[in-house]
Design a protein around this ligand. Structure first.
Ligand SMILES: Cc1ncc(COP(=O)(O)O)c(C=O)c1O
Length: 455
């Protein structure tokens, strides 16, 4: 049995052994007219999805680990955070340039509320738009040297609506195997033929294009500027060459690369010296570097016009609110006027990566910018490590299957320009120490399972 199969089987066994305390299914109602309807199916508590959550909670309780989800924080997301009155060094938030805590950004958002209120109270096509929408879209279009831009109220909805609307059943969408859920959900919604290519493997992409391109009308290739779980980047020039040769669109999701890559934070194209006009669809989110929330698409005018009228997540959704739009605008201005923030983030990323590698931690593919994983393999070990770090003043979230492949569970460290080198070093030292303890104790799903069975 492969290690992967073993882990999967072990989780299932553990779940079964713990399911004894799970809620039992209520007896099916036997109505005279609808005897065949199993009414227990409409009880949310009997759904497999709920059972999964229940089992996870029970496991956490039995193994005396804190449930890592929905931790209650008592302060804003910065380089530090407060949980249960205790200050922790925070590596679970993506305020990459430290703009979320800046007076200048706060003041701009407050002034915008005073003038325009907290909501625009309607969708832009029907209720109209306001100057701050156009200002932000112009700034984004300028950044990517594109003809136009469009802002959405959510980064996730931006990908879902854009991919979902542009492609149809006669088309093909090729996406990196490590793509974010918003990309894969958009691909499903589109009804196009979907193929994942191996992560950052453009020989694989080329092979699929050779085999399948001619059978489809339109083809879209989707990649990320910097991968959110692994912290590595694609080769943009190679992608441009492939998309030109095969007559495909190229869409790049810059969620984790805006403000992070390139000398002035403009992202992947600046980092790799590629003309941004060669990319058909630039996508990004405002929840990371731009210290707010929302998403954007930049490209040529026809693309933006199509999305304005047909992207359901834009057309049928409220416009971005004044404080969020203005916070985003201010963040872009500061990013461009204060390049030291980008430099500091990049030097912090390099520092953390080097220190982690020197401590013997497995940082996978990370290039050492804003995302550095510490891969521990076993899912339970990752959860336990995160717990133990929290007890020692470090907050880093565990990422487990299915968000990452089996046996590559990890703690993900988001690095910010506002972390100090002391904080980074402290996090590395404590992580290495706590991981060693778990390895020495052979703490894993398999050992937890045998301990539970022995109880
Ligand atoms: C690569 C990528 N794309 C899109 C999104 C969705 O963005 P948002 O969280 O701003 O909705 C995320 C979220 O983290 C992401 O990592």
């Amino acid at each position: 049995m492969s290690k992967q199969q073993f882990d999967r089987e072990a989780i299932l066994n553990l779940s079964r052994s713990m399911a004894k305390g799970a809620p039992t299914k209520p007896a099916a109602h036997r109505g005279t007219h609808h005897a065949k309807i199993d009414r227990s199916k409409t009880d949310f508590a009997t759904m497999d999805l709920y059972q999964q959550i229940t089992i996870q909670r029970q496991m956490a309780e039995k193994l005396q680990t804190r449930d890592p989800y929905f931790v209650l924080h008592e302060s804003r997301a910065g380089a530090t955070t407060i949980v249960d009155g205790k200050e922790l060094i925070n590596f679970a938030s993506y305020d990459y340039l430290g703009l979320n805590g800046l007076d200048e950004v706060h003041q701009a958002a407050k002034d915008a509320i005073d003038q325009f209120g907290t909501s625009v109270s309607g969708s832009r096509p029907t209720s109209g738009e306001r100057p701050f929408h156009r200002t932000l879209e112009q700034q984004l279009a300028d950044l990517y040297q594109s003809e136009a831009a469009l802002i959405f109220v959510s980064g996730h909805a931006t990908n879902v609506s854009t991919i979902g609307e542009l492609l149809g059943p006669t088309d093909l969408v090729l996406f990196d195997a490590y793509s974010h859920n918003s990309v894969t959900t958009g691909c499903k919604l589109s009804g196009a033929t979907r193929r994942a290519f191996k992560h950052n493997d453009f020989d694989d992409l080329e092979r699929i294009l050779e085999e399948t391109r001619n059978a489809h009308d339109r083809v879209m290739i989707v990649v990320e500027g910097l991968y959110s779980m692994d912290g590595d980047m694609p080769d943009l020039a190679r992608l441009v060459e492939l998309k030109d040769r095969f007559g495909a669109w190229l869409m790049v999701d810059e969620a984790h690369s805006l403000g992070v890559l390139g000398a002035t934070g403009k992202g992947l194209f600046e980092q790799q010296g590629v003309d941004p006009k060669k990319i058909d669809i630039w996508m990004g989110t405002m929840s990371k570097t731009m210290s707010g929330c929302g998403g954007y698409i930049c490209g040529n005018q026809p693309l933006i016009d199509i999305l304005k009228f047909f992207a359901s997540g834009f057309m049928y959704s409220v416009g971005l609110s004044a404080p969020l739009s203005v916070a985003g605008s201010k963040a872009l201005e500061i990013m461009q006027h204060e390049p030291w923030r980008v430099e500091k983030l990049q030097s912090n990323g390099r520092y953390f990566l080097k220190a982690a590698q020197a401590a013997g931690l497995d940082t996978g593919l990370s290039a050492g910018f804003c995302v550095v994983p510490v891969i521990v393999g076993d899912s339970l070990r990752a959860v336990k490590l995160s717990n133990n770090l929290m007890d020692r003043g470090i907050y880093a979230f565990p990422i487990t299957y299915p968000a990452v492949p089996m046996n590559s569970a990890r703690l993900r460290f988001f690095i910010s320009a506002t972390h100090s080198e002391e904080q980074l070093q402290q996090a590395v030292d404590i992580t290495a120490e706590e991981l060693r303890k778990l390895e020495d104790a052979n703490f894993s799903i398999a050992s937890a399972l045998s301990n539970l069975n022995a109880d």
